[in-house]
Design a protein around this ligand. Structure first.
Ligand code: ME8
Length: 509
C-alpha cells in the first residue's frame, strides 16, 4: 500500500509558529503510523516563496526576495528537524522542478481554452494573497483578516472556474471523504450554491515580478495561489517520472488549516480536473490554535515560538499537548499552563510513573529479568482485564487514526496505562512479595511489562523519542517496533531490562 500525504507550503515572510508545527506534527503521526504498518509513504512539505507579501517582507529588510527566502527557509528545516518531522521531500516553489510543472499546466490549460485574457477590476488583500469582489469586502477591509484591501484594475489571465462548478458539486456529492471533517464539506457545499467567479491567475510584471513566468505572456507572472498548489503533483513526479506519479497520485491526504480550505477544495480540484488529472482523495482542514479568542498568525504578531516551547518542555511533551488537548479538526486555545498540566498529569504521573515503578519492581523482585507468566485463563479474556485490553488496543488506535482523531487514539493508550496503574494499587505487589506469592507476582510483572511494551510501540507515531527511550529501558530491539506485536504475549520472558531515569520529570510551576 502507498500513502501520499502533504502539508501546505508555508509562506516565508516570517518565522514558523506553532500553527505550522501543528500541521506538520499531524502529518508526521500519520506517516509514521502508515510506515509502522508497512506502507510505502511519501510525506512532503515545503515553502511558498513567491508573491506580494514575500516581496514586501524582503523590501522591509532591504533584501532581494530570493535572498530573503534563502534566509528564512533554513528556519523551517531546523524546526522540522527539532520536532522529528519525518518528511521525505521538501519543496520550494522557487525550484526549477516546480516552475517547470507550473509552466506545463499553464500551457495545457491555455491550449484548452480554459485560460483567457481579460480586465481585472477588484480588491486585493496582500496578507491573504486573495482577490475580493465589491460585495465581499466589509467596509474597505478583507472579509477574512479584516485588514485594508487595495483596489486593482489591470489586464490579467483568468481561469474558467465557473465552467467546472457543476462537476465539482457532483464530485463532492458523490465522494463523502473528499472534504473532511464534515463541517468543512458543508461549508464548501453551501459556498458552491452561489455561482463561482473565474479566477484571476496572473499579475502584471509592472506591478509584481516576483513570481513564476507565464510561458505565453512576456508581461505576466502567475498568481501565488495558482502556482503553489501545483507543488502537490510536482513532488510525486508529474511531468518528470510517470511511474512514480502513477504510484503516488492521487494524494491520500492534503492536510491544511481551515483558512485555506477554499483554495484546496474548490480551485485545486477544478485545476486538476481541467488538466485531466484526478483530484486528491481527501482534503482535511484542521482547526486553529488561538491565543485567547484571536487566531495566531505571523501577520497578527501574537506568535508562540515552537522552538522556545520545545527548549523549555521537550519535543514529545510539546507534540503530546498539541495532539491530545484538542480533538483534531476543532479550534484550540494555547497556553503554557495547560501544557504544564498535561505534562504533570498524563506524562509524568500516568506514563512516567508506570514505567518507573514497574521497572523498579522487576529489578527488585526478579533481578531485572522479565519473569515467565503462567498460562492465560478465561478471566484474563474479559473486558477490563489487562490481557484483554492489550489485545484490543490496536483496533482502537487504528479506528481513531483512520478517522484522523489523534486525541482519541491517545485516550485509548492512556486508558490502558491507567488501568495498569490501578492494577498495581489493587494487587499491591509488595504484599504478594511479602506473602511469598511468587507465581502471582510473576504473572503480574509480566502483564505490566506487556502493557509497557505495547504502549512503547503504539506511541511511536505520536512520541517517537519517548517510544525509543521506553523500548531501550524495556530491553527491546528496533525490530520489536512492529504493529503486529501490539498484542499480549509477544514480550519474551528472560529479557533483561535497563531501568533509566524517569521519562518526564514533573514541572513545578
Ligand atoms: O497559507 N493554527 O501559507 P501559511 C493552526 N502559502 N494552524 C495554523 C495556524 C494556526 N493559528 N496558522 C497557520 C499559506 N497554520 C500558503 C499555503 S499551500 C499550496 C499554500 C497552518 O504560511 C495551517 O496548516 O499562511 C494553515 O493552513 C497554514 O499553516 C497556512 O500557512
Amino acid at each position: 500500500m502507498k500513502f501520499y500525504i502533504t502539508t501546505p507550503l508555508y509562506y516565508v515572510n516570517g518565522n514558523p509558529h506553532i500553527g505550522h508545527s501543528y500541521t506538520n506534527i499531524a502529518c508526521d503521526v500519520l506517516s509514521r503510523f502508515k510506515r509502522l504498518k508497512g506502507d510505502e509513504v511519501l510525506f512532503s512539505t515545503g515553502t511558498d516563496e513567491y508573491g506580494q507579501k514575500i516581496r514586501d517582507a524582503a523590501l522591509e529588510k532591504e533584501m532581494t526576495p530570493a535572498a530573503f527566502a534563502d534566509m528564512v527557509v533554513p528556519r523551517f528545516r531546523e524546526l522540522w528537524k527539532k520536532l522529528n518531522i519525518s518528511y521525505d521531500d521538501f519543496i520550494r516553489t522557487t525550484e526549477a522542478r516546480h516552475e517547470k510543472v507550473v509552466a506545463q499546466i499553464l500551457e495545457l490549460l491555455y491550449k484548452k481554452g480554459d485560460l483567457y485574457e481579460g480586465e481585472y477590476s477588484g480588491w486585493y488583500c496582500t496578507p491573504c494573497e486573495s482577490f475580493w469582489t465589491k460585495s465581499q469586502i466589509v467596509e474597505g477591509t478583507c472579509p477574512d483578516c479584516k485588514r485594508p484591501v487595495e483596489h486593482i484594475k489591470e489586464r490579467n489571465f483568468f481561469f474558467r472556474l465557473s465552467k467546472y462548478q457543476k462537476w465539482l458539486v457532483d464530485y463532492i456529492g458523490s465522494h463523502e471523504d473528499f472534504i473532511l471533517p464534515a463541517i468543512r464539506r458543508n461549508e464548501i457545499s453551501s459556498f458552491l450554491k452561489n455561482p463561482l467567479n473565474d479566477l484571476c491567475i496572473s499579475r502584471p510584471k509592472s506591478r509584481l515580478s516576483w513570481g513564476v513566468e507565464i510561458p505565453f505572456s512576456q508581461d505576466h507572472v502567475t498568481y501565488v495561489w495558482f502556482d503553489a498548489l501545483i507543488n502537490y503533483i510536482t513532488v510525486c513526479g508529474y511531468g518528470s517520472d510517470n511511474r512514480r506519479f502513477k504510484k503516488f497520485w492521487p494524494a491520500d491526504i492534503h492536510m491544511i488549516g481551515k483558512d485555506i480550505l477554499r483554495m484546496h477544495a474548490v480551485n485545486w480540484p477544478i485545476m486538476l480536473h481541467a488538466a485531466g488529472i484526478s483530484p486528491p482523495r481527501t482534503i482535511f482542514a484542521h482547526g486553529w490554535w488561538k491565543i485567547g479568542e484571536d487566531k495566531m498568525s505571523k501577520s497578527k504578531g501574537n506568535i508562540v515560538d515552537p522552538l522556545s516551547m520545545v527548549d523549555k518542555y521537550g519535543v514529545d511533551a510539546y507534540r503530546y499537548f498539541l495532539l491530545r488537548e484538542v480533538p483534531f479538526g476543532m479550534d484550540g486555545s494555547f497556553s503554557e499552563g495547560a501544557l504544564i498540566s498535561r505534562i504533570n498529569s498524563d506524562l509524568a504521573n500516568d506514563l512516567g510513573n508506570l514505567l518507573h515503578r514497574t521497572l523498579s519492581m522487576i529489578d527488585k523482585y526478579f533481578s531485572g529479568v522479565v519473569p515467565e507468566r503462567r498460562g492465560v485463563s478465561d478471566t484474563d479474556n474479559i473486558p477490563g482485564a489487562l490481557v484483554y485490553e492489550i489485545n484490543n488496543l490496536t483496533s482502537k488506535i487504528e479506528t481513531a487514526v483512520d478517522k484522523i482523531n489523534f486525541s482519541q487514539a491517545l485516550v485509548s493508550i492512556w486508558e490502558l496505562i491507567n488501568r495498569a496503574n490501578k492494577f498495581i494499587e489493587q494487587k499491591a505487589p509488595w504484599k504478594l512479595s511479602k506473602e511469598k506469592k511468587i507465581d502471582e507476582l510473576k504473572d503480574m510483572m509480566y502483564d505490566l511489562y506487556e502493557v509497557l511494551r505495547v504502549v512503547s510501540i503504539a506511541l511511536l507515531p505520536f512520541l517517537p523519542m519517548t517510544s525509543e527511550e521506553m523500548m531501550k529501558q524495556l530491553g527491546l530491539k528496533k525490530e520489536d517496533a512492529d504493529i503486529k506485536k501490539i498484542g499480549f504475549g509477544h514480550g519474551k520472558a528472560g529479557t533483561r531490562i535497563n531501568k533509566g531515569s524517569p521519562l518526564f520529570p514533573r514541572i513545578e510551576s
